[in-house]
Design a protein around this ligand. Structure first.
Ligand SMILES: O=C(CO)[C@@H](O)[C@H](O)[C@H](O)[C@H](O)COP(=O)(O)O
Length: 216
């Protein structure tokens, strides 16, 4: 399954019309880059209106109390659509566990290892987000992290779903899915690259030219 890693409502609306995307993920970096000075609530409401399925919105507070207050505020913007993105850590696990007991969906994010993903799933995270590109930036192979996490979720029947983010190349998408990701969240630019193959373009041109020059 694919999600779109974007906070740009126009891009989101265009790409949802392809019928291939099941949700949206945002993060503070993406929002700062794409939304800038726009009010966060307004932008998230636009993203919800432009899409279908879950929309992840990330907490930026650091203390447990402030994170819970922020999570409840985001949740009211579109109950049933907003997933609270919780940065991984001790406070993050407590917040994830508390929100799960209140029936609020979470996406535990910034995960770089199997151990972190496992803890996030045990705490009751709805999604656990493994960062493909950033794991590779450290010189590690992300494929076993994804595969071992998936195997453990399946073995213990934990409900969490793996999202693989930090996608930098088309091949990252293929590898994440092949190693057990439930969802890959793809930036629009990478998704557009997935459309193209020069042999496809050449073949379509050849077929259309043959039709146009047929004997009449
Ligand atoms: O965590 C999720 C999805 O749950 C993503 O939105 C995630 O934050 C982004 O893919 C990454 O931060 C983008 O990674 P990078 O390209 O900045 O390394």
């Amino acid at each position: 399954m694919l999600f779109l890693d974007s906070s740009d409502p126009k891009e989101i609306k265009d790409i949802f019309a392809w019928g291939v995307i099941a949700g949206v993920t945002t993060n503070p970096l993406i929002l700062a880059r794409e939304a800038g000075a726009v009010d966060l609530e307004q932008r998230i409401r636009e993203v919800v209106a432009a899409s279908k399925g879950p929309v992840s919105v990330e907490l930026v507070s650091e203390s447990e109390g402030a994170m819970m207050e922020e999570a409840h505020r985001y949740h009211t913007w579109a109950p049933g659509r907003i997933v609270i993105k919780v940065p991984f850590g001790e406070a993050g696990l407590r917040v994830t566990h508390a929100l799960a007991s209140q029936g609020i969906e979470t996406n535990v994010t910034c995960i770089m290892s199997f151990n972190q993903a496992y803890l996030a799933a045990l705490a009751g995270g709805t999604y656990v987000s493994i960062f493909s590109g950033r794991v590779r930036d450290m010189g590690y192979d992300v494929r076993p992290v994804i595969a071992e996490t998936r195997a453990q979720l399946d073995r213990e029947n934990l409900g969490a779903k793996i999202i693989v983010g930090s996608i930098r190349h088309i091949l990252d998408v293929n590898e994440a899915l092949a190693h057990g990701a439930h969802v890959v969240t793809v930036p629009p630019a990478i998704l557009r690259k997935m459309l193209h193959n020069p042999k496809t373009d050449e073949t379509i041109r050849e077929f259309n030219a043959a039709w146009a020059s047929r004997a009449k």
